[in-house]
Each structure stands twice: as structure tokens, then as C-alpha cells.
Design a protein. Structure first.
Length: 243
């Protein structure tokens, strides 16, 4: 599978992304992937391969992976502009939007702002909201997750502190006239509660719920192959049953 790397300009910030367009089947609607809080585009290259020959676009948001790390600009609107810049640079006009964890809030904001762009939306275990991070979160996250699990190269600590400093709580459960697939783990630790699921069902008349018995919030562990297969089957259905 041929994968190309690009950098989209978002003002003074450079946003890195991968694109499989060179060998993609142009008859299939592309998928744009929005990773979670400390994830990078590289962590979804296996999804890109699983989805082939469908075109996939994988980005690393600011402060992550090979993207730039500005001193400020870490609220919802800033991450939205990262996604906007990649969509614009890649030249995609219509696509399925797959987001995981905190990436869901960035992608939901995009879907609300540009509903005609998005053919369907895949939610990876996150409620329909953008969360403010409380005092003390950044230090705990850095010292009890990023450092012990060797993930400081995935997200810079400046970005973590910026997220804590700038993020505000915003509900994102306004109606969406598009199909939703809501994926959540069934073990303790999943971030999608029954009330969150009800909120998604109020947002759209077409909601498909996928639950994973071996997973908590981390859907890309033991259930990853099943999770990926469900996403691919879902987008195939939205495209009219293409296999």
C-alpha cells in the first residue's frame, strides 16, 4: 500500500498527515481519521491498511507526532482549524469522519460546522462534548501516563499544559442529519455512559451502536480487529453496500 506524507499549513502551524490517495479506489468515499488526545497519525496506519482500497487521511493534531507545537492555541476552535486545514490541503469534498476519544470533540465540531462535507460519523468511545481539564490534570497525565508508558514523543508536554489551560466545557449534542456509529467498551473505564448513548440517539435518527466485551475505553486492544471491521462495514453500508 502506497502512503504519502504531507504538511498542511494552518497559519503559522504545520499539521502533518498521511494520505493513501495514490492507490485508492476513487469510487469509494474517503475516511478522515481524528486520533485521540495523545495519539498520532502513525497509530492509525494499520487502520489505513485495513480499509484499503478506500482512501484514508490520518492527521496528527497540533503538539502531536510530526505536527508543530505552538506556545498557545489548544482549545476546541484551534483543533478544528487543524482539521479544516488538512481537509482543505487534501482536497476532499465528501468523506466519512472517524474519531477516537478526545478527537471525537474536534470532529463533532467539524461535523456541526460543515454538515454537507460529512457522509457519516464514527464515534470511538467518547461523549458528545468538549471537556475542560481541571487543575492538576496535566501534571497527573504527564507523570502517571505519558512518562510511564513512553508516550512523551507522541504529545509534547507543552501541548498537555496548553490543553489544561485553554480548554472550556462545550456541549456538542446538537442534532446531526447523518448516520452515526457509536462504539464503546463494555468494561469499566468506558467513557460513554447510558446517558451519553441516549444523547447520541437524540442527535441522529440513524445510530448504530457497537459494544466490545473485552474493552474499556481502549478499543484498540483485544477488540481492535473487530472494531476496525465494524467501521469498514458501516461505511460500506453508507456507500450503498460496497464490499
Amino acid at each position: 500500500m502506497a502512503v504519502s506524507e504531507y504538511y498542511a499549513r494552518n497559519g503559522e502551524v504545520s499539521i502533518h498527515y498521511y494520505d493513501s490517495r495514490d492507490e485508492a479506489d476513487e469510487r469509494l468515499v474517503p475516511i478522515v481519521v481524528c486520533p485521540g488526545l495523545s495519539e498520532t497519525a502513525e497509530e492509525y496506519l494499520d487502520f489505513m491498511e485495513a480499509a484499503a482500497p478506500r482512501r484514508c487521511i490520518l492527521l496528527s493534531f497540533r503538539g502531536r507526532g510530526k505536527s508543530d507545537t505552538p506556545e498557545a492555541g489548544y482549545d476546541l476552535k484551534d483543533h478544528l482549524t487543524d482539521l479544516e486545514s488538512v481537509v482543505r490541503d487534501a482536497g476532499v469534498k465528501s468523506f466519512h469522519l472517524f474519531a477516537y476519544s478526545r478527537g471525537v470533540s474536534y470532529a463533532l465540531q467539524y461535523a456541526h460546522a460543515y454538515p454537507s462535507d460529512v457522509r457519516s460519523f464514527i464515534v470511538g468511545d467518547y461523549p458528545p462534548e468538549h471537556r475542560a481539564m481541571p487543575d492538576g490534570w496535566a501534571e497527573d497525565y504527564i507523570h502517571h501516563y505519558l512518562i510511564p508508558f513512553n508516550r512523551t514523543s507522541n504529545i509534547r508536554t507543552d501541548a498537555v499544559w496548553g490543553i489544561q489551560r485553554e480548554s472550556v466545557q462545550i456541549p456538542l449534542d446538537q442534532p446531526l442529519q447523518l448516520p452515526l456509529m457509536v462504539a464503546r467498551g463494555q468494561r469499566e473505564g468506558s467513557l460513554v455512559t447510558e446517558e451519553d448513548l441516549a444523547r447520541y440517539k437524540r442527535m441522529s435518527e440513524a445510530v448504530s451502536v457497537k459494544e466490545y466485551a473485552r474493552s474499556d475505553h481502549a478499543l484498540k486492544g483485544e477488540d481492535k480487529a473487530l472494531f476496525y471491521a465494524d467501521i469498514i462495514r458501516f461505511v460500506n453500508e453508507q456507500d450503498g453496500g460496497t464490499e
